[in-house]
Design a protein. Structure first.
Length: 153
């Protein structure tokens, strides 16, 4: 077998060369995600958990205070603040255990754009399918922690 006019060895038709790397070869087994998707039955399905987010009165007051401040000093930022707050509460609702425990059983989630923190607790029971997330405080990042730490006890 000689070289063609461009200087390349001729291709083997119908079979692959043994010296060929694994990069060009097809996989013989399906990807893992396809195997996992085919499983059926009660043990393959994740348990459906309902997450309910409840704001305590103090947290509602904190939120209203922040909205009042933005409506007075920066009225154009009220809408984005509400959107950012709603997105963070939605992230807490979707996966409340994804944020770290910082003080006893209280967790903290930061808003993406605005300098506010949401402090919350998770009340879950192994027997009950519903998980209640209790928002304890919505505070500015520069606010003194002693004011709201009493709520965490």
């Amino acid at each position: 077998m000689g070289l063609d006019r461009r200087g390349y060895a001729p291709r083997l038709v119908g079979r692959q060369s043994a010296a060929r790397s694994a990069v060009g070869r097809r996989r013989r087994c399906p990807p893992r995600r396809l195997i996992l998707a085919r499983r059926r039955g009660i043990f393959a399905r994740p348990r459906r958990v309902t997450h309910t987010v409840l704001f305590r009165e103090d947290a509602e007051r904190d939120t209203q205070r922040a909205l009042d401040w933005y409506s007075l000093h920066a009225p154009m930022q009220v809408g984005p603040f509400i959107d950012d707050l709603a997105a963070t509460v939605s992230a807490i609702r979707d996966s409340p255990h994804s944020f770290r425990v910082l003080h006893r059983d209280a967790r903290r989630a930061a808003l993406k754009i605005f300098p506010y923190l949401i402090w919350y607790r998770i009340h879950d029971d192994a027997q009950v399918v519903e998980v209640v997330v209790e928002v304890v405080a919505v505070v500015h990042q520069r606010q003194d922690g002693a004011q709201f730490r009493t709520r965490l006890h």
